[in-house]
Design a protein around this ligand. Structure first.
Ligand SMILES: Cc1cc2nc3c(=O)[nH]c(=O)nc-3n(C[C@H](O)[C@H](O)[C@H](O)COP(=O)(O)O)c2cc1C
Length: 391
C-alpha cells in the first residue's frame, strides 16, 4: 500500500479527478487515452451525464450538530468500508501495466469493490486471488455457450461471489475518436508506434511488464485461429435475451447484478428473473449518444424498484459529491470507471490508493457539509425544486 505521505503529496498535485485526467492524457499514448476517454457520436452523452449530475442541488443543515460520516455498507451479505466500487474496464492493463492488479489490491485494502472485466488483461484466477471478497466478476454474454460456461466456471473457482452481467453492448459503438487514433485496428502500424514512442514512461513500464494481452479471453480466442479481438467481440459477444439471462441466473450460485439498465421495464424484468441487483448505467455514454443521463434514469427507476432489488449506479462519477448525489437518488452503491483508470494512468502503482482515498474523503467531506452521517440520509438533503422539477 502506498504510504499516507505519498498519497498526500499526490493529492497536492492532483486534488481532483480532472487533474488526473489531464495527467493521463499526457502520459498515455494517444490511442490509449482516446480509448479510455471517449464517448461515441458527437459525445453529447458525456456532457449530458455531467450536466444532469451538476443540476442536483442539496441543502445543508448545520445547527443540529457536527455529524461524523459512517460509510459502512452491507451488500449481498458482505460489508464494505464505503458504497464505492471500481466499474469493470476492459483492457485496464493497457492504461497502466498491471492495472487490474493495482486496482484489485487497492479495493481490497480500502474495503471497496473491484469488478474485473471479461475483456481484462489479467485472468480471474490472478485477480480473484488478490481481490478476495472485494472482487466481483463482469460477464459479457457470449454467443458461444461452451466458452461462456467455461468462463463462468473459472470465475466461480477463482472465488468470485458476485457476477455482473453487462447487457448494454449488443454491438460495438462507433467511438469515432478512438477509431481515428488507431485503437480500433487490431494492428496499429507506424502511427501507433509513433504514439508509443512519444510517451516514454508508459513505453518503458509496458516493456518491463510485457505487452497487454486479453488474458481472460485468450483461451477462447485461441480456438478460432487468426481471429482478431474486435472480430471475436462482434461475432461472439454481447447479445442477450430473457432465456439467456434466466440460464445465467440458474447457473450462478452467488449474486447476479445486471449492468446497463436504463428502462423501468428492464428493471422489472430483472426482478422477475430473480436477479439480485441492477446497475443503472449508460456505460459512461460510450454506447448510445442519445441515451438519457444515467442519473435521470436512476431518478425514475430507483423509487419503482426499491425493496425488490438492489440498485447500483454508474456513469459520470467524478468525485464524492457525485457519489452523494447518486446515493441521494436511491443508489445503494456507486461505481466509477474512468476516474480510477485516470488514477493509474497518471500515478501508476499509487493510482488505485489515490483515487480510492480521494473519492472516499470527498464523499465524507460532502456529507459533513450536508450534516448527515449515513448514506441513507442523503435523500433528505435533495433540494425540493430540483428534485420535483427533474432539474
Ligand atoms: C475504457 C472503458 C472500458 C470499459 N469496459 C467495460 C467492460 O469491459 N465491461 C463493462 O461492463 N463495462 C465497461 N465499461 C463501462 C464501465 O464499466 C462503466 O459503466 C463506465 O465507465 C461508467 O462511466 P464513468 O467512466 O463515467 O465512470 C468501460 C468503460 C470504459 C471507460
Amino acid at each position: 500500500m502506498t504510504t499516507q505521505a505519498e498519497i498526500n503529496a499526490l493529492l497536492d498535485r492532483y486534488p481532483a479527478i480532472s487533474y488526473l485526467r489531464e495527467a493521463a492524457r499526457a502520459r498515455l499514448p494517444h490511442f490509449a487515452f482516446e480509448y479510455l476517454d471517449s464517448g461515441t457520436g458527437l459525445e453529447k452523452g458525456i456532457s449530458r451525464n455531467r450536466d444532469r449530475l451538476d443540476r442536483i442541488c442539496m441543502t445543508p443543515r448545520f445547527v443540529s450538530g457536527y455529524k461524523t460520516p459512517d460509510l459502512k455498507t452491507a451488500l449481498f451479505g458482505r460489508e464494505y468500508a464505503a458504497p464505492i466500487g471500481m466499474a469493470p474496464v476492459g483492457a485496464t492493463g493497457l492504461m497502466w501495466p498491471g492495472g487490474e492488479k493495482i486496482l484489485a489490491r487497492a479495493a481490497r485494502d480500502h474495503g471497496l469493490v473491484h469488478c474485473l472485466s471479461t475483456v481484462a488483461c489479467e485472468t480471474p484466477e490472478t485477480i480473484g486471488a488478490i481481490a478476495g471478497p472485494n472482487g466481483w466478476f463482469q460477464l459479457y454474454p457470449f454467443d458461444d455457450a461452451d466458452a461462456e460456461a467455461d468462463l463462468v466456471c473459472r470465475a466461480e473457482r477463482s472465488g468470485y461471489e458476485v457476477l455482473v452481467v453487462t447487457v448494454d453492448v449488443p454491438v460495438s459503438s462507433t467511438r469515432e475518436r478512438q477509431r481515428r487514433a488507431g485503437m480500433s485496428r487490431d494492428k496499429g502500424g507506424l502511427s501507433r508506434l509513433a504514439q508509443v514512442l512519444a510517451r516514454p514512461q508508459w513505453a518503458l513500464a509496458t516493456a518491463r511488464y510485457g505487452a497487454p494481452k486479453f488474458r481472460t479471453l485468450d483461451p477462447y480466442l485461441e480456438k478460432e485461429p487468426g481471429i482478431m479481438l474486435s472480430e471475436y467481440m462482434a461475432r461472439r459477444i454481447g447479445k442477450i435475451d430473457y432465456d439467456h439471462l434466466a440460464a445465467i441466473r440458474e447457473r450462478w450460485k452467488g449474486s447476479v447484478i445486471i449492468k446497463g439498465i436504463m428502462a423501468e421495464e428492464d428493471a422489472e424484468a430483472c426482478i422477475r428473473l430473480g436477479m439480485d441487483g441492477i446497475v443503472v448505467s449508460n456505460h459512461g455514454a460510450r454506447q448510445l449518444d442519445a441515451a438519457p443521463a444515467a442519473i435521470d434514469a436512476l431518478r425514475r427507476i430507483a423509487p419503482q424498484v426499491r425493496g425488490k432489488i438492489s440498485v447500483l449506479f454508474d456513469s459520470g462519477i467524478q468525485g464524492g459529491l457525485d457519489i452523494a448525489r447518486a446515493l441521494a437518488l436511491g443508489a445503494e452503491f456507486v461505481l466509477a470507471g474512468r476516474a480510477f483508470i485516470y488514477g493509474i494512468a497518471a500515478a501508476g502503482e499509487a493510482g488505485g490508493d489515490l483515487v480510492a482515498q480521494m473519492l472516499r474523503n470527498d464523499l465524507e467531506n460532502n456529507m459533513i457539509q450536508l450534516g448527515v452521517s449515513r448514506p441513507e440520509e442523503l435523500s433528505s438533503c435533495l433540494t425540493p425544486d430540483e428534485w420535483t422539477a427533474g432539474g
